[in-house]
Design a protein around this ligand. Structure first.
Ligand code: AMP
Length: 298
């Protein structure tokens, strides 16, 4: 496994079909599932390790974001990564970038509305990674459903010759979506956090029982979270997977998304819903059958 901080070096170690997995590190099984998918499809797997300051809207969140380079490199090696691109700040943005990439029609709501500047930060860095590393395929988690739509759209609009691949959400045994930030949850917050997925799954059940009205599905999430003693969400939305437009009716591939603060940790989660001829499919993700590596202590 090569570890490098320059684009040219990362490209020089890649051949054949190149699969890119962008991460901010502090790896968990969600990241590993992306690496495994890339390993199965591609000749070279390149993982990026970069905590992107442009995408943080709160300085305190950036400052405390969990980091452990040695741990990440060991996990990447185990997952069969060929190249780790871990640039320093001077390589990514040695001078303040004059160019920004933004995708306004897809980022006016949900995370875009609650985290000003977040998606411009994501899109600018993803475009730079696509340009500098020239992957054939790039792997992203459905956990960040709005981000996935934004990345697909920027790749299409800017003609990056890359296939953007979306992968299912990996969850802890009780349903909580894995997130590097889960390490900050204390016992009370951890109990509250699991109610988000419970709410989403309850509403997915409603959808599968025939309820296609957006307002009913959204209310279903809010009520189920409240019934489980969880937090008041920042938002609950039913949105098109393709263009993130708000849906009044579940009539196309969609995701039902929630964001909430538990303690001082902000969490997001969603279920992808799709209308098929004999009903609705709901992607509830995949669950671990043991504690996450997030909590392993060496
Ligand atoms: P991050 O390091 O949080 O920026 O995430 C890097 C990539 O991993 C993104 O494409 C995320 O959507 C994806 N990811 C994060 N958490 C999960 C999860 N629980 N399941 C699947 N993918 C995830």
């Amino acid at each position: 496994m090569e570890v490098t901080g320059t684009f040219a070096d990362a490209r020089s170690h890649a051949d054949g079909v190149v699969g890119l997995v962008p991460t901010m590190g502090f790896l968990h099984e969600g990241h590993i599932s992306l690496l495994e998918a890339a390993r199965g499809d591609c000749d070279t797997v390149t993982m990026t390790l970069y905590v992107n300051p442009l995408q943080f809207d709160e300085a305190s969140d950036l400052q405390r974001y969990p980091r452990d380079r040695d741990r990440d490199l060991a996990l990447a090696k185990d997952a069969g990564v060929d190249v780790v691109f871990a640039p320093g700040p001077e390589v990514m943005f040695g001078t303040e970038p004059a160019t920004r990439v933004s995708v306004p029609p897809l980022t006016a709501t949900m995370e875009g509305a609650h985290r000003p500047g977040h998606f411009t930060g994501v899109a600018t860095v993803v475009a730079k990674l696509f340009a500098g590393l020239q992957p054939d395929r790039a792997y992203f988690g459905r956990k960040d459903a709005q981000q996935l739509a934004v990345v697909r759209r920027l790749a299409a609009d800017l003609s990056f010759p890359v296939d953007v691949v979306g992968r299912p959400i990996v969850r802890e045994g009780d349903g909580l979506a894995l997130s590097s930030r889960n390490v900050f949850l204390d016992a009370d917050a951890r109990r509250a956090a699991v109610t988000l997925s419970r709410g989403l799954f309850a509403a997915a059940d409603l959808a599968q029982d025939g309820e296609h009205r957006g307002d009913r599905l959204r209310t279903g999430v809010v009520d189920a979270i409240a019934d489980a003693g969880g937090p008041t969400p920042e938002y609950v939305e039913l949105a098109s997977q393709e263009d993130v437009s708000r849906l009044d009716v579940l009539d196309r591939p969609a995701f039902l998304a929630v964001a909430a603060r538990v303690g001082d940790v902000r969490l997001i989660d969603n279920v992808h819903l799709e209308v098929v001829p004999d009903g609705v499919t709901a992607d509830r993700g995949v669950r671990l059958d043991q504690p996450s590596i997030l909590y392993a202590r060496s």
